[in-house]
Design a binder for this molecule. Structure first.
Ligand code: SAH
Length: 457
C-alpha cells in the first residue's frame, strides 16, 4: 500500500505538533498543542515522555484530516462556500469507504479535492507488515510518522463480529512481568488520529460493505494513561458521522488506575471496562503488575465498584494464568473471595508465551481446576477462546521482532486452545452483557504466518 507518507513532506518535523488543528476565521487550518499524546492529564504527565515539542504550538503545513472534528471540517468547507452536504460526502470517504488519497473521493469536485490535499494529510500511518491467519484474523504493523511502530488486529468470528483490537501507546510503561508490549519500555502516547487510523486500516481489510462491529482496546499500551486521546478517538469511532460503532461494543482493558477509571465513568460513555487483575493478593500482584505497588487491589476494586454503580455495566476481571505462579486452587479461592458479591465476569487467559520471558502456560487440567473453584463459588468465568496457530501472537511481539528484538516465533507448548474453550466457556447467552470481543484481545489473537501471507505494504 502506498500512503501519503510516501509522497514527500517533512513528516518527522511535523510529528511533534501533528495532534490537533483548529480552523481560523479565514478558514485556514492551524495546528494546536495536540501533539501525539500531550493531553496534559495528570497520569499522562507522570508516565509521559512526550518531550518538549509536545506542547509546542506549531503551524503545520498539512495537519491530519482525522485531527479535525466533523464540526471543524464543516467550518472549513463552509469557509470555502461549499454546500452543506459536502461534509457528509467527505466523511463518507474517510470513514465508510476509507480511500488512499483525496484524489479518490470521486463525487467531490476536483478543485476541492486538490484543496483538501493541500490543506490536510490523509494518512499519517502506513502498513509495514500484514499478517493473516487461517481463521480470518489479520494483524497489521503500522509505521507512524516518527518511524515508531504499533500493532493492531482484526478478529473475525462466525457470528459476524468484526472486532478491531487497537493500541494506545508505543511501548508501555506498566512493565507487567509477562507482557511483550513493555519489553522495550515506554516510548510515547498515540494521538487520537493515530488511534483512529488503526481502525480505518483494519476497516479497509473488510470486503464490500462489511463493517467493524466491536472495538477492544487491548493492544499495546495502557489506555487509561492516554485516556483523553483515546476518548477523542472513540468519540468519532462511535459517532454516526464517524464509524458508527455502538459504544456498548467498546471494551477498554486496563491495569487499573482508579482516578482514570472514575474519569471514564464520568465521561458518561457506555464503554465496557476490563481490569487486568492477574492476582488475588497485593504481594503477588506487585510482582506481576509493578504498577500495583502504588495502587493496591483494594483501591482498584473500589474503583471497579464505582464504575459499576455509575454505568450499570458489569466489570470484567482479566487473569492471565501463569503455571506455578498464580494458577493454584488457593489462588482461585482467594480470587473468588475477592469477587464474591460483585457483579463480575472473570476472563481467564492462559499465558501466551513471550520469547525471553520465563513463564509457562498451565496444563489444561490446571486450568480446569481453577475454573471449577471459581464456578463453585458462583462466579461467571470464561476461558479466552484462542484460534489459529501462533506466531507473534502477543501484542508487541511482531513489533519487537521487526525491531530486532528477541521475539521470534516460538514452538508452542500450550494446551490446545479449542480444548480449553469448548470445555469451559459458557454459552454466549449465559453472559447477556458480556461482549464476545472479550474472548479475543490482541494478545490472544493467534496469527499464523504462512510463507506467502506476510505481505509488505
Ligand atoms: N494495559 C492494558 C492492555 C493490555 S493488553 C491492560 O493491562 O489491561 C490486554 C490483556 O492482555 C491484558 O489483560 C494483559 O495482561 C494481557 N496479556 C498481555 N500479555 C499477555 C501474554 N503474554 N499472555 C496472555 N495475556 C497477556
Amino acid at each position: 500500500m502506498v500512503s501519503e507518507l510516501d509522497s514527500g513532506g517533512n513528516v518527522l518535523n511535523e510529528l511533534a505538533s501533528a495532534g490537533g488543528a483548529e480552523v481560523q476565521a479565514n478558514g485556514e487550518v492551524r495546528a494546536n498543542d495536540a501533539a501525539a499524546g500531550a493531553d496534559g492529564s495528570e497520569t499522562q504527565e507522570k508516565a509521559g515522555k512526550n518531550g518538549p515539542e509536545a506542547s509546542q504550538t506549531t503551524r503545520l503545513h498539512r495537519p491530519p484530516i482525522l485531527s479535525m472534528t466533523p464540526e471543524e471540517l464543516g467550518q472549513w468547507l463552509e469557509a470555502r462556500g461549499e454546500p452543506r452536504y459536502r461534509l457528509r460526502q467527505v466523511l463518507h470517504w474517510i470513514f465508510t469507504q476509507p480511500v488512499e488519497s483525496f484524489d479518490q473521493m470521486t463525487d467531490i469536485p476536483k478543485t476541492l479535492r486538490r484543496e483538501l490535499a493541500r490543506a490536510f494529510r490523509m494518512w499519517t500511518t502506513r502498513v509495514l507488515e500484514h499478517l493473516k491467519a487461517e481463521d480470518g484474523t489479520e494483524k497489521l504493523l503500522l509505521r507512524l510518522m516518527d518511524g515508531q511502530t504499533v500493532e493492531c488486529v482484526l478478529l473475525r468470528d462466525d457470528k459476524g463480529h468484526r472486532t478491531a483490537c487497537i493500541s494506545t501507546q508505543v511501548g508501555c510503561a506498566m512493565q507487567c512481568a509477562f507482557c511483550a508490549s513493555g519489553l522495550g519500555g515506554f516510548v510515547r502516547n498515540l494521538s487520537a488520529f493515530e488511534i483512529l487510523e488503526q481502525l480505518l486500516h483494519l476497516k479497509r481489510l473488510l470486503p464490500g460493505k462489511e463493517r467493524l462491529t466491536h472495538i477492544v482496546v487491548m493492544g499495546m499500551g495502557e489506555p487509561l494513561v492516554n485516556l483523553k486521546n483515546l476518548l477523542k478517538a472513540l468519540e468519532l469511532a462511535t459517532s454516526t458521522a464517524g464509524l458508527g460503532i455502538s459504544g456498548r461494543r467498546v471494551t477498554i482493558s486496563t491495569v487499573g488506575i482508579p482516578p482514570a477509571i472514575d474519569r471514564l465513568a464520568e465521561s458518561g460513555k457506555p464503554y465496557h471496562l476490563a481490569i487486568s487483575l492477574h492476582a488475588p493478593t497485593d504481594a503477588l500482584r506487585n510482582r506481576l503488575v509493578p504498577a500495583n505497588e502504588k495502587i493496591g487491589i483494594r483501591a482498584i476494586m473500589a474503583a471497579a465498584d464505582r464504575y459499576f454503580a455509575k454505568t450499570g455495566r458489569r466489570v470484567t476481571f482479566e487473569y492471565v494464568l501463569l503455571a506455578g505462579v498464580n494458577d493454584r486452587p488457593e489462588h482461585a479461592t482467594a480470587l473468588a473471595n475477592l469477587l464474591r458479591n460483585r457483579t463480575a465476569l472473570v476472563n481467564l487467559i492462559p499465558y501466551n508465551p513471550v520469547p525471553g520471558l520465563n513463564f509457562r502456560t498451565p496444563s489444561p487440567a490446571r486450568v480446569h481446576r481453577f475454573v471449577e473453584v471459581l464456578r463453585e463459588a458462583g462466579l461467571n468465568v470464561r476461558v479466552r477462546f484462542r484460534k489459529g496457530v501462533r506466531i507473534d501472537a502477543a501484542c508487541g511481539q511482531l513489533r519487537r521482532r521487526l525491531a530486532g528484538g528477541s521475539a521470534e516465533g516460538v514452538p508452542c507448548e500450550q494446551p490446545k486452545p479449542e480444548e480449553i474453550s469448548s470445555e469451559y466457556s459458557l454459552p454466549a447467552d449465559s453472559h447477556p452483557e458480556s461482549s464476545p470481543q472479550m474472548e479475543a484481545p490482541c494478545s490472544e489473537s493467534e496469527l499464523s504466518q504462512p510463507q506467502d501471507a506476510s505481505v509488505r505494504a
